[in-house]
Design a protein around this ligand. Sequence first.
Ligand SMILES: Cc1cc2nc3c(=O)[nH]c(=O)nc-3n(C[C@H](O)[C@H](O)[C@H](O)COP(=O)(O)OP(=O)(O)OC[C@H]3O[C@@H](n4cnc5c(N)ncnc54)[C@H](O)[C@@H]3O)c2cc1C
Length: 466
Amino acid sequence: MVTASPIPPSDLIARLHAIVPGRLLTEGAALEATRTDRSGWWSAAAPLALVEAESAEEVQAVMRLASETGTPVVPRGAGTGLAGGATSTPGCIVLSVLRMNRILEISLDDELAVVEPGVINQHLSDALAPHGYVFSPDPASKAISTVGGNIATNAGGLMCAKYGVTREAVLGLSVVLADGELLTTGRRTVKGVTGYDVTALMTGSEGTLGVIVGATVRIRPIPAGAVWTVGAFFDDVTAAAAACASVTAASIRPAVMELMDAAACAAVSLYLGREPIAPGAAFVLVQADGAGAAEEARAVEGVLRSSGGHRVMVSDDEVTGEELLAFRRSFGHALDAQGEVLVEDVCVPRTQLAAMFAEIERIGAAYGLEIPTVAHAGDGNLHPNFVIPRDRTEPGEFVPDFVWQAADELFTACVRLGGTLTGEHGVGLLKKRWLAGELGERGLDIQRQIKQVFDPAGILNPGKVY
Ligand SMILES: Cc1cc2nc3c(=O)[nH]c(=O)nc-3n(C[C@H](O)[C@H](O)[C@H](O)COP(=O)(O)OP(=O)(O)OC[C@H]3O[C@@H](n4cnc5c(N)ncnc54)[C@H](O)[C@@H]3O)c2cc1C
């Protein structure tokens, strides 16, 4: 049990300065920026200090000091999170690991890499590409988010129905605990069941159990051969969702299966200056890779056509494939251009995809809200984006109550359909209040007890998740 002895902020700053000379900020734009992440949420207070650690030893020293003084610590990677998880809390130290960005080892023979947490996801894949390998977790933010942040949020992406979410790629971790001790979890082996799976527990723990300072991750050979792309339009989103479910039911496992509803297609067409698609229509984009990709693409084509797909195109041309993928990837930018949005992230069993889209249409109509939605249809993960109507919002208000009420209906419907509140973005600050609805009181209590084991004084990312 840690007994904290608080000290005046100026003394704390002085002691931090001694730990990370020249890499401690107590004012300025960089410090201010840690009040927010990419969710749009702003914390009421800037942190006491922003520490830019360069080594595990520095992180340990910061945590020892924080533990001794009872100072809250918010671990932070690139700050691209969408749940408010890396935002500062009053009086806290924001502990950035962005400068810990070295790839320490690449072992092709063991198909693994050892990295520091601040390595940008894409940089790891760039380093692996000349060897014919890739780090497969592929959040749409892979060019800007860190591997440590991906692990802390158990990030998903476009290809995780086939290649798995981040958890499947993490073999072992180095974690600095709340009291500053360094814990090593996991292994370098393909298999291993010694003890509880603390590596998996840390993965997705959103900075509440420890600070990840190193990771041993799986790497995979880049699939050989051409990538085949299939695109199809549907008269409405329900038909498109049912078609995607039929692809899965036919035991086809494409690398990518994305669905965009009419509002999402309209936003992207406007953003890219393209011809608008037919009113109400939805778009499905599928990519198959590896051995058998051509046969898989033809099989997908058959299912989409027989499920009502039209203007179906199939191609192994890389440029065409990239263009279609770019249409999907432009969705975030297209919405940014429209103003503020609440980016949501629910996941349902794939058979319930059409039912979930029907719920989103119902909720949008009931609340008079635009909710353009895209889905990683291969794994049932939907991103409904609530466009915040500025004429119905008080100045400075992040998300007005009626939008939260609409989101509440979304979460309730999702759990009723057998789904989960968050498929990949995490709980952070923004979904805390719905946690018990999915986990149940006992489940939530057990999670809080686990938190207590790792962080008895409650200094690690307090107020987040639980
Ligand atoms: C355009 C865009 C597209 C996105 N697409 C996707 C997507 O496809 N899939 C997806 O899953 N997410 C996506 N995201 C969300 C976000 O990029 C991911 O959650 C990402 O994993 C966060 O990484 P980060 O380095 O920015 O972490 P941060 O935002 O800095 O932190 C996120 C959480 O992890 C904790 N944390 C960070 N680093 C550490 C560490 N070293 N040790 C302990 N805790 C730590 C923080 O405390 C916080 O709770 C997207 C975001 C944007 C802006």
